[in-house]
Ligand binder design. Sequence first.
Ligand code: ZN
Length: 308
Amino acid sequence: MIQCVMASASTQTQYPQVRLSPEDAAAPWAGSLLEKGRQGAARAAARLGLECDDPVTLVSFSSEAKFREHLGVRPIEIVAVTVADKGEIVILQPALFGLSEREQIQVLTHEMAHFIVARRVKGELPAWIHEGLAMLAAEEYEREDSWRVSLAAATGKMISLARLDTQVAMGGSAQELAYAESLSATRFLINENWAEASRGGKDPAPLARALADAKEGVAWHARLWDPDYRDRLQSRWVHSLRTFGRWISILSGSGILWSAITLLFLLAYWRKRRMKQIAQKQMEKEEAEYPEIVEPWTSEPEGWEEEE
Ligand SMILES: [Zn+2]
């Protein structure tokens, strides 16, 4: 098989050399999977601003049982999992192929970002930063769900950064919040340090480059694993979530604001209808109770209608 190692025209950044497992290379989706993998790799490297031309193999499985058996663990993220030291991105076929092409490339960009960060950054990173960088690389801003994070901040239901240091994929109802918090905290950290360069914390490159830098990276690792630094970062971040603007985003983002407006309209309508019904009933009741009170000057002459 001829491997075509050609740089994508859209970017100068070196990106991981994408390969397929023998089974995938023989499958009908070989060409399209390889192409999507390359697009994801190029996109992730460009977004992170990190070059990496290590080989990475896409390995896909048709069932969750085979997927799990290959990984040796029960994955909670069930579309794809990156095993950086083995140089593999393990994919669950029905989960990935069920997505639109754009979403498939987004998933592969996310996984490629995990791979590049794992290869280029020395030493272990807090799990929330790894996840935040991958989500920013894949431009999964919608996963921030700012209302979810703001609501958790306002009600004291947040998952602490100390917990997110070791685990993001925690399963159950906490998982979505864990991802949303990881993205939110990573953006906060980037924005705090590189406000102008990062377009409001949307660009992961300044942080990724600092972490991968031989000198700066060591300083950042020491800082990020220092419990005092982490707790102070957490309190600044949580404080930033408790502003008036955030409350508006909770209300509008969650649909609570619109639900409240709709409810008010419904109440007004229902009240009006109810008042009309009461008035009608009252009139009927009065008519029944006092049949004699019929204003004589408004009643029709008897027999008037029968003639028609
Ligand atoms: Zn991830």
